[in-house]
Write a protein that binds this ligand. Structure first.
Ligand code: P6P
Length: 337
């Protein structure tokens, strides 16, 4: 039972035994993410003060200008996970390929792999808009003690053992699930401690917020266009309110608390949408379902999609269950050829 104001450390210990694989390693893994989140939070909060924002002059595998804070966050999470010697492999949006940890150590009994988007929404950094870190954790499927393989990362989202995000906003929060509900912890920066501020987070089944980049409207499939017009019609509790921050973690976090739907559909510009299945959509979808919400690509449950590539993109519709199902109904009524 969650009691408010419990620290994250106390919560992890108290709930460790409820986790079916409870061996303490996952607790140590969540603790290492907690540490990295505090270190990155410190840099994010002073990004405007030192010459750490602005492009690092390089582009990442996504072909996007790599902001220095992207590089910093990526390095910090990878270093923290490596130093704690808890995982056997890491995949990151900022790394072309997955990283093998301690493959030469025959005594390496590490059984978890972590996939991260170290700083999602990084285009918001130099305009002081909130950004986030997203993480996804699986048990490896290849033999313990051997080098990790790509198949350890290409597991369906339904196989995740834990997932969560850090949102660096007006306050910094760590929100995660191990498959037994979603709990949110707020950082007290004065003492560097996360406190349980949002126990058992649940999506309202209905909401009044829709989050989509309407600048892409003309490129959307017909079903999405029809759903957006439905959101804008006067009827019952509509029109809805449009809120789009341009940071998945922030839009998702607000919608989970207030009720709403987030859409990043495919379009004539992006045939599979923009968001990455493994370290954006799967962890967010796991959280959504654990919070009584829903996540699909418009037709298929996100957590059922069998990944084929580390950085593959999928269309993403996620949020309050009734809103997602209404959008899916429009998608099926206007099936695209
Ligand atoms: P657009 C940030 O780059 C991100 O991956 C999500 O956090 C965000 O919701 C989306 O892309 C914004 O993309 O094309 O609307 O700017």
């Amino acid at each position: 039972m969650a009691n408010k104001n419990q620290t994250l450390g106390e919560f992890i210990i108290e709930n460790q035994n409820s986790f079916k694989y409870s061996s303490g390693e996952l607790s140590r893994l969540i603790n290492s993410i907690r540490l990295a989140a505090k270190v990155v939070n410190h840099e994010v909060n002073k990004a405007g003060l030192v010459d750490i924002i602005g492009a690092a002059g390089e582009t990442n595998i996504q072909g996007e200008d790599q902001q220095k804070l992207d590089v910093y966050a990526n390095e910090k999470f990878i270093k923290t996970l490596k130093n704690r010697n808890i995982v056997c492999g890491i995949a990151s949006e900022e790394e072309d390929d997955f990283i093998t940890i301690n493959s030469q150590d025959k005594n390496n009994q590490n059984k978890y792999v972590v996939l991260i988007d170290p700083l999602d929404g990084s285009s918001n950094i130099d305009v002081n808009v909130s950004v986030g870190t997203i993480f996804s954790i699986y048990r490896r499927i290849t033999p313990i003690g051997t080098p990790v393989e790509l198949k350890d990362f290409l597991q369906e989202g339904s196989k995740q053992v834990a997932a969560g995000y850090v949102v660096y906003g007006t306050s910094t929060m760590l929100v995660y699930t191990t498959g037994d509900g979603v709990n949110g912890f707020t950082l007290n920066p004065a003492i560097g401690t996360f406190y349980l501020s949002h126990p058992n987070m649940q999506f309202p089944e209905n909401g009044k917020i829709y989050s989509v980049n309407e600048g892409n409207y003309i490129h959307f499939p017909t079903g999405i266009k029809k759903y957006i017009k439905y959101c804008q019609e006067e009827d019952g509790d509509r029109p809805y309110t449009s809120r789009y921050i341009g940071s998945l973690v922030s839009d998702f976090h607000r919608n989970m608390i207030k009720g709403g739907i987030y859409l990043y559909p495919k379009s004539s510009k992006n045939s599979n949408g923009k968001l990455r299945l493994l370290y954006e959509c799967n962890p967010i979808a796991f959280l959504a379902e654990q919070a009584n919400g829903k996540a699909s690509d418009g037709y298929t449950r996100i957590l059922d999609i069998k990944p084929t590539e580390l950085h593959q993109r999928v269309p993403f519709i996620c949020g309050s269950k009734n809103m997602v199902e209404k959008c899916e109904a429009f998608m099926s009524d206007f099936l695209e050829n």
